[in-house]
Design a protein around this ligand. Structure first.
Ligand code: FDM
Ligand code: MG
Length: 208
């Protein structure tokens, strides 16, 4: 039996990485992959872009690099799944589309960055998660959360755009969890129910 591909997407400060790590601990035989994966050749460029504000890339280049970073790991993900291992993803293509789209809303950027099909097409062919969860926060709570960091995109105003872009682009079968008033344990329990209810066995799916 192949392993399952489980994606946890979410707003910054929603507890996404905490939940991805907890789920990874709970499932025997699973691997956690966080995107961007900063250690690869392309990941190193992305890391520089995110952490060094003087290192500028065109918006299109940055977008394509995030997708290329997923392609760097695609083979590895597929082979793990075929080996019966689970793979938990912390961010994936929906972050790719939502953040780029959000950029186009805050600056007068080019047509491509505002074009869903253009943004989506480099990810076509990547393995598609069996289960996608999206952790969201109310706008008010998003504004109240502390801990915005130093990296590119870690600005409250930009995050509000990101939320609205995620809401536009997420497909209907995504499991949305509003974490506003929930403890870490409560979110963990909700995720656990969704994941265990959804373990049918079929072939790996791909984005088309
Ligand atoms: N990000 C992440 C993107 O802009 N596009 C992508 O495809 C992905 C995967 O990178 F601001 C952004 C989202 C976030 C930044 O992510 C770094 P982490 O989760 O904070 O490391
Ligand atoms: Mg971050």
């Amino acid at each position: 039996m192949r392993g399952k591909l489980i994606l946890i997407e979410g707003l910054d400060r929603s507890g996404k990485s905490t939940q991805a790590a907890l789920l990874n601990q709970r499932i025997a035989n699973s691997h956690l992959i966080k995107f961007p994966e900063r250690s690869t050749p392309i990941g190193q460029i992305i890391n520089k872009y995110l952490t060094d504000s003087s290192y500028d890339l065109s918006d299109q280049s940055a977008h394509l690099l995030f997708s290329a970073n997923r392609w760097e790991l695609a083979k590895d993900i597929i082979s793990k799944l075929n080996n019966g291992e689970f793979v938990i993803l912390d961010r994936y293509i929906y972050s790719g589309i939502a953040y780029s789209l959000a950029k186009s809303k805050v600056s007068n950027s080019s047509n491509e960055m505002n074009d869903y099909n253009w943004l989506y097409s480099p990810d076509k062919g990547l393995p598609k998660p069996d289960i996608t969860l999206f952790l969201t926060l109310d706008l008010q709570e998003l504004s109240n959360r502390k801990g915005w960091g130093e990296e590119r995109y870690e600005l409250k105003e930009f995050q509000i755009q990101v939320k609205s872009c995620f809401e536009k682009i997420l497909p209907p079968n995504v499991n949305i969890i509003n974490v506003n008033n929930l403890s870490i344990e409560q979110v963990e329990a909700e995720i656990s129910i969704i994941v265990t209810n959804d373990l049918t066995n079929d072939d790996i799916h791909y984005f088309t």
